[in-house]
Design a protein around this ligand. Structure first.
Ligand SMILES: *[C@@H]1O[C@H](CO)[C@@H](O)[C@H](O)[C@H]1NC(C)=O
Ligand SMILES: *[C@@H]1O[C@H](CO)[C@@H](O)[C@H](O)[C@H]1NC(C)=O
Ligand SMILES: *[C@@H]1O[C@H](CO)[C@@H](O)[C@H](O)[C@H]1NC(C)=O
Ligand SMILES: *[C@@H]1O[C@H](CO)[C@@H](O)[C@H](O)[C@H]1NC(C)=O
Ligand SMILES: *[C@@H]1O[C@H](CO)[C@@H](O)[C@H](O)[C@H]1NC(C)=O
Length: 398
């Protein structure tokens, strides 16, 4: 994004940041809770592409295009699976309603449109994650952390939902423990990643390699010191969390804008695996993950995936194009120009090996202690239904 903006400045000779920030594919992909790949906005249609074992076999995907769908005419469409409701929340899919969230009920196979009030959230310039346990979006926009509580919605409600200002975060890189709201936020282009109910801020200027700043969702608390997870670059990129069949995500994939590698960060072991970079080196590509695959959708509308087994994959891997999905209509006009370089083949493989080192014991990051001295419970041992109830209760108690 940074380089894209820089290129735009140089090309235009004028500063027009807002016009340049909302970029990326107009289509998006996601999964239902049975890990069928859902492809939305591909040349005016939506598809159920089936489970991973069928993605590269012959046979057409199932056309699931139906009424109430968004027009998918806006750059940077984003799709998020709400695992508790088997619904897909679609952002940035309708230029006429830039803050609206379209909801696809994957059980009923129907659409509805939820109106949302921005309250300072900028739908053209943000990054966001959907928290697994609370079903709350957390976003970074305009140097502010915002939240949007989706409750347990799989059908829109006539009452508009609000983005709420949570805090001006401390993104400083110092380890002294001092909290300074707004520190180091100037110019930060957000790269947000979710695991273990923690929002990870990657690519924060000045962070050491392999470090992230962490926002603890259940306590609405930005940890003052960064946390180390091994080795990955401190640069802007895209992230997607690997789901588990139940329970909160423990790993996320991170692809820096240069597409040079795919990093998988495990927040339980504090380590990073280095896997093959995506087939298209596209800073504007979007990424999605199931339990066992990372999927890239590039700005040319091509979908590819890298199989991933959390228990056995340690490095490398081979990307494969899912050619049974029609190529999505490319993003409108100027927005993608000059920012994309395409790889030479339809698949890319590698064997690079690298694992992270455990964080030092002296780090205070990762602490579950809030400024109020509360301790976080062990969510991972809860049953899924209990976890969402307790997580929501904890959130509401703040
Ligand atoms: C961003 O935040 C500033 C300071 O709070 C505010 O004045 C401005 O209106 C916000 N921008 C948007 C797009 O909401
Ligand atoms: C929308 O949801 C809120 C919160 O669950 C509820 O209080 C309200 O009655 C709902 N409104 C409609 C029109 O369904
Ligand atoms: C990961 O880092 C956190 C914070 O430093 C620490 O509490 C935790 O024990 C570490 N986990 C492992 C497996 O080393
Ligand atoms: C990985 O191992 C865990 C623990 O043994 C197991 O529960 C899980 O099903 C395994 N995951 C896969 C994808 O095989
Ligand atoms: C947070 O607390 C949980 C439960 O007590 C524990 O399993 C986990 O390791 C802690 N995380 C960190 C980062 O300290």
């Amino acid at each position: 994004m940074f380089w894209t903006l820089l290129t735009a400045f140089v090309a235009a000779g004028v500063s027009s940041v807002a016009a340049s920030t909302n970029q990326g594919p107009t289509a998006c992909v996601s999964f239902d809770i049975n890990w069928n790949l859902l492809a939305f906005g591909f040349n005016g249609k939506d598809y159920n592409v089936g489970t991973q074992d069928t993605w590269t076999s012959s046979g057409a995907p199932t056309d699931i295009t139906t009424t109430g769908r968004p027009p998918f005419n806006s750059p940077n469409a984003r799709c998020f699976l709400s695992q508790f409701t088997n619904a897909i929340y679609v952002l940035n899919a309708d230029t006429a309603n830039p803050t609206s969230i379209y909801i696809y009920d994957a059980t009923a196979k129907s659409w509805s449109t939820q109106s949302v009030t921005a309250n300072g959230f900028d739908p053209t310039d943000y990054d966001t994650i959907l928290d697994h346990d609370t079903n709350v979006f957390y976003a970074y926009s305009n140097a502010t952390i915002f939240s949007l509580d989706m409750q347990l919605m799989k059908v829109a409600n006539a009452t508009a939902l609000p983005w709420s200002d949570v805090q001006s975060p401390d993104l400083s890189t110092d380890t002294s423990g001092t909290v300074t709201p707004g520190a180091n936020t100037a110019g930060y282009e957000p790269t947000l990643a979710l695991a273990q109910n923690h929002v990870h801020f990657l690519g924060v200027p000045g962070l050491p390699v392999g470090d992230a700043k962490i926002f603890v969702i259940h306590f609405s608390f930005m940890q003052p010191a960064p946390q180390n997870y091994g080795t990955f670059p401190d640069s802007h990129g895209k992230a997607a969390s690997f789901f588990l069949d139940s329970g909160v995500q423990q790993e996320f994939a991170y692809v820096p804008d240069d597409g040079s590698a795919t990093y998988v960060i495990n927040v339980e072991t504090n380590t990073t695996k280095t896997l093959t970079g995506p087939p298209t080196q596209d800073a504007l590509a979007s990424y999605y993950a199931s339990t066992s695959a990372l999927v890239q959708l590039d700005t040319a509308g091509t979908v590819a995936f890298l199989a991933y087994d959390p228990n056995t994959t340690t490095s490398g891997g081979t990307w494969s194009t899912i050619s049974k999905i029609p190529t999505a209509t490319a993003v409108s006009s100027s927005s993608a120009s000059g920012s994309t370089s395409t790889g030479t083949g339809s698949s890319r493989s590698g064997t690079s090996t690298s694992t992270g080192t455990a964080a030092s014991g002296s780090s205070t990051a990762g602490s579950n202690t809030t400024s109020a001295g509360m301790k976080m419970g062990g969510q991972s041992v809860f049953g899924a239904a209990l976890a969402v109830v307790l997580a929501r209760a904890a959130l509401l108690a703040l």
